[in-house]
Design a protein around this ligand. Structure first.
Ligand SMILES: *[C@@H]1O[C@H](CO)[C@@H](O)[C@H](O)[C@H]1NC(C)=O
Ligand SMILES: *[C@@H]1O[C@H](CO)[C@@H](O)[C@H](O)[C@H]1NC(C)=O
Ligand SMILES: *[C@@H]1O[C@H](CO)[C@@H](O)[C@H](O)[C@H]1NC(C)=O
Length: 303
């Protein structure tokens, strides 16, 4: 047992060394404790399976006009999927926050701003493992790198916040069916990491008068990352501007965070029109979170 713990600590430590500032856990103890809790919570979540199975089968809803920046009272687009898709109800793996989070980002359903790349319309279904029901009014916040692998607010790639860009950050809250639709672009890759989108789920969340999330308030039920099948990565990364990225690529099979995140973290993708990336992609993922969890946000940088 002690040997195993030591091995885990060494694995985490060597990862941090090998990857420099990239995706550093706050403390080794925190990461290990978090992962230890996941198995117990997964057992509890499996009990949800029968309740979830009662929800309707997959339906596609007409796409609504997407809006740029929104306040909590403005209308969100109707998601393509109108009901939760995945009835397995296994807790979505917790992963580390990483060094590129920024607090108090805009409440909006379109995160693209001026970033070019393959449009990605993401329908995210959230289930609360404590109630076995769709998690209504849960704020789903996303952040990801742009097509050439740089995060908004961290233009050098180092975790030094420069208050300029807000692109590919922000989020919106789930509807009564527990689903939220957020438009972003397919993320690029950067040194040491495969393609991924960071996600945080907040409940009892608060917003500022200026239409931003107040990140430190309410509860953080989940901190995770979404991944893509390598065949989709290959397709997207062959196109411009992704192919201008000069950083070395890391594959899914080489990504240490993805090993820990397991199979539940993949986005199911399809073309939005025909079989061409130019029409954009529609992705669906079900995120099962512990509605009673309250994780601590590490990063103090804010908008
Ligand atoms: C990604 O962001 C960086 C930093 O802001 C910027 O220099 C670069 O042009 C962006 N990439 C694309 C494809 O727009
Ligand atoms: C929005 O308002 C909050 C307080 O309500 C403040 O902390 C934050 O800096 C403001 N953000 C912007 C971009 O003005
Ligand atoms: C449903 O979720 C499970 C566990 O999270 C995952 O392994 C599986 O691939 C998902 N199935 C679909 C169709 O999304």
């Amino acid at each position: 047992m002690r040997l195993f713990l030591l091995a885990s600590i060494l694995a985490v430590a060597s990862y941090v060394c090998a990857h420099g500032a990239d995706e550093r856990p706050a403390t080794t103890e925190e990461l290990i404790a978090r992962n230890r809790g996941i198995e117990a919570r997964n057992l509890a979540a499996r009990k949800c399976a029968s309740a979830i199975a009662e929800f309707e089968a997959q339906r596609m809803a007409k796409r609504d006009r997407l809006m740029k920046r929104q306040t909590p009272t403005s209308t969100a687009p109707t998601p393509h999927y109108t009901s939760i898709q995945n009835s397995t109800c296994v807790l979505h793996p917790e992963t580390i926050e990483g060094p590129y989070y920024i607090r108090n980002e805009y409440i909006r359903t379109d995160l693209r701003e001026r970033q070019t790349g393959v449009s990605l319309v993401l329908d995210i279904g959230v289930i609360n493992s404590r109630t076995c029901q769709p998690f209504k009014n849960a704020f789903v916040e996303l952040w990801a790198s742009n097509a050439t692998g740089l995060y908004g607010g961290y233009p050098t790639g180092q975790p030094t916040h420069i208050k300029t860009d807000t692109f590919l950050r922000g989020g919106y809250f789930t509807n009564d069916a527990g689903i939220v639709e957020i438009t972003t672009i397919y993320p690029g890759y950067y040194q040491g990491r495969t393609a991924h989108i960071h996600a945080m789920v907040h409940n009892n969340w608060k917003s500022g008068a200026n239409g931003t999330l107040l990140s430190g308030q309410g509860n953080v039920n989940h901190i995770g990352q979404f991944f893509f099948d390598e065949t989709w990565n290959d397709r997207v990364y062959a196109t411009s501007p992704y192919n201008l990225n000069r950083q070395p690529r890391t594959l899914n099979t080489q990504d240490w965070i993805l090993w820990g995140a397991g199979t539940g973290a993949y986005i199911n993708l399809q073309y939005l029109s025909g079989s061409s990336l130019t029409g954009g992609l529609l992705g669906y993922i079900t995120v099962v979170v512990d509605g009673n969890a309250n994780y601590r946000i590490q990063n103090a940088n804010s908008l």
